[in-house]
Design a protein around this ligand. Structure first.
Ligand code: IPM
Ligand code: MN
Length: 338
């Protein structure tokens, strides 16, 4: 009920359960969003699995979607549905912030990284072949266009969140052509943002820095090619408690999809609706979505309620070391809305 319609892809495993939490909390917070749930169970088209047309049409029409974790069917010829969605809508930048959560203790309490991953090419371009038996090639495709488009997003995002620094992460010392082109694209774009400080760091060095002293990267937005971003974003997530606590937003020109990834609380479809899942990652992703839609007051109020509930520590789900059911955790978030 409201002015906006958002496609909801509940997903697999704990997906439907955590989607229901988000819907209950949004209803209680009076968010002016109407959900349009769609089913993305893969269909067979010309011998290949793909996402049903009505699901794609819903995302195309609404331009914004929230999705739970999606399982990829096992077997030859199956492509990840996550990748299919990223490709279908050309979701060129993937934003992944990781901020220490008060109330969930890890060896770190000062993590506040923001990582932007090029989301359409690199090692994910899917171009592989056997040269002769025992010799294969997997192509890492890098284009100036996709690199610049991603860099633009990183600089604008840095400005939007008031960081005013961008750091390119790369291995241009080894991958001279591909990472060299990515880095050059970042330098080109940096010239258009004189108010934003730009620097670059080798990937291995950045990993070393982040595990030693994550605060070194709490004033910047890191931008990098696809596979590096995949790995480094999980590493950063690990510093704050894992993928159950970290949001993700796939940004495109024509559509954007905000998602929770599979994490250690997922697993088999049998685990659906056992009321023990932690909806935090999907909630935080939905909060990114609200800010993307310029619905900031709702974002703030829901974010405060989620963080307050975890900090209180009385209604934590099992993955966070508590005893609460998802329903109890969700109820407490609703109590903490103001
Ligand atoms: C992620 C995931 C995906 C990736 C998988 C599910 C294809 O790990 O969103 O980071 O590798 O990009
Ligand atoms: Mn990943």
């Amino acid at each position: 009920n409201g002015n906006y319609t958002v496609t909801l892809i509940p997903g697999d495993g704990i997906g439907p359960e955590i989607s229901e939490s988000v819907q209950r909390i949004y209803q209680a917070a009076g968010v002016p969003i109407e959900w349009e749930p769609v089913n993305v169970t893969p269909v067979l088209k010309k011998g290949k699995t793909t996402i049903p047309d009505d699901a794609l049409q819903s995302v195309r029409k609404n331009t914004i979607a929230l999705k739970g974790p999606l399982a990829t069917p096992v077997g030859k010829g199956h492509v990840s549905l996550n990748l299919t969605l990223r490709r279908a809508f050309n979701l060129f930048a993937n934003v992944r912030p990781c901020k220490s959560v008060v109330g969930y203790k890890t060896p770190y309490d000062d993590v506040n990284t923001v990582l932007i991953r090029e989301n359409t090419e690199g090692e994910y371009s899917g171009i592989e072949h056997t040269v002769i038996e025992g010799v294969v090639q997997s192509i890492k495709l890098i284009t100036k266009e996709a690199s610049e488009r991603c860099a633009y997003y990183a600089f604008n995002h840095s400005r939007d969140i008031g960081r005013n620094r961008v750091t390119a992460i790369h291995k241009a010392n080894i991958m001279k052509l591909s990472d060299g082109l990515f880095l050059e694209a970042c330098y080109n774009v940096a010239k258009k943002f004189p108010d934003i400080h730009f620097d670059d760091v080798l990937l291995d060095r950045a990993c070393l820095h982040i595990v030693q002293d994550p605060a070194r990267y709490s004033d910047t937005v890191m931008v990098m090619p696809n596979l590096y971003g995949d790995i480094l974003s999980d590493m950063c997530a690990g510093l704050i408690g894992g993928l159950g606590l970290t949001p993700s937003g796939n940004i495109g020109r024509d559509a954007s999809i905000f998602e929770a990834e599979f994490n250690d609380q997922d697993y088999s479809p049998l685990k659906t609706f056992i009321d023990l899942a932690n909806p935090t990652a999907l909630l935080l992703s939905s909060i990114m979505m609200l800010r993307h839609m310029h619905l900031n007051p709702y974002a703030e109020s829901i974010e405060n309620a989620v963080l307050k509930t975890i900090a209180e520590g009385k209604h934590l789900t099992r993955d966070l070391g508590g005893q609460a059911t998802n329903t109890e955790f969700t109820n407490q978030i609703i109590n903490n809305l103001n």
